[in-house]
Design a protein around this ligand. Structure first.
Ligand SMILES: *[C@@H]1O[C@H](CO)[C@@H](O)[C@H](O)[C@H]1NC(C)=O
Ligand SMILES: *[C@@H]1O[C@H](CO)[C@@H](O)[C@H](O)[C@H]1NC(C)=O
Ligand SMILES: *[C@@H]1O[C@H](CO)[C@@H](O)[C@H](O)[C@H]1NC(C)=O
Ligand SMILES: *[C@@H]1O[C@H](CO)[C@@H](O)[C@H](O)[C@H]1NC(C)=O
Ligand SMILES: *[C@@H]1O[C@H](CO)[C@@H](O)[C@H](O)[C@H]1NC(C)=O
Length: 153
């Protein structure tokens, strides 16, 4: 009986020890540069998000900073856009966008914090793209000035 209890405790301990590395394996989402698009002299962005794994239906916070080297940020015109895309590059949901509330000339740092709600239903692997740019004349396409990309899964 004693042995059985001992074995049970050992088993539970083993399970506990085993469970830890699995949680550590869930890497935090890290953003890197976007693959250059078009003629691209696209500036990088520093992006951090509030949780390691965005949860569908909840709000996700983003902190974005960087410096545009060539383009100016124009108040109420320049957009910050956040897009969830599947591994084929197709949008999972409408991109989220927000205009800058201040004009910031090229060469100066900018910061932005925002919450995107709701996080869409996500497949196991997806990309999270953060872009700064001006809308191309009255379309929903952007002339991208800066960009960061995270690949998840
Ligand atoms: C990102 O942050 C690091 C560390 O604070 C800084 O050295 C780097 O210049 C930043 N990059 C951009 C694009 O802002
Ligand atoms: C930008 O939008 C805000 C809020 O709608 C407005 O108060 C401000 O005058 C606008 N600025 C410009 C330059 O259009
Ligand atoms: C952006 O945030 C960093 C850290 O909080 C701060 O040092 C920097 O001055 C901010 N830049 C601007 C343009 O607000
Ligand atoms: C964008 O606007 C410019 C100037 O107003 C115009 O010449 C050009 O044809 C427009 N492009 C598109 C795709 O509408
Ligand atoms: C910004 O988002 C709004 C609301 O989803 C959308 O109607 C608009 O077309 C978007 N603008 C651009 C330039 O993507």
């Amino acid at each position: 009986m004693k042995n059985f209890i001992f074995a049970s405790i050992l088993f539970v301990l083993l399970l506990t020890v085993n469970a830890v590395p699995h949680q550590l394996n869930k890497r935090a989402i890290t953003f890197g540069p976007c693959p250059t698009k078009g003629t691209g002299s696209i500036d990088p962005l520093n992006v951090t998000i509030g949780s390691d794994t965005p949860k569908p239906g909840t709000s996700e916070s983003f902190s974005i900073s960087g410096t545009l080297t060539k383009k100016n940020i124009v108040q109420n015109i320049t957009l910050l856009e956040i897009a969830y895309k599947d591994k084929h590059g197709q949008l999972i949901a409408d991109p989220y966008n927000q205009t800058f509330t201040d004009s910031i000339n090229a060469g100066n740092d900018f910061n932005a914090s925002l919450a995107v709600f709701p996080t869409p239903e996500l497949p196991d692997s997806y990309n999270l793209e953060v872009m700064v740019g001006d809308p191309l004349n009255g379309t929903t396409r952007l002339n991208i000035f800066a960009c960061a990309l995270a690949t998840v899964g």
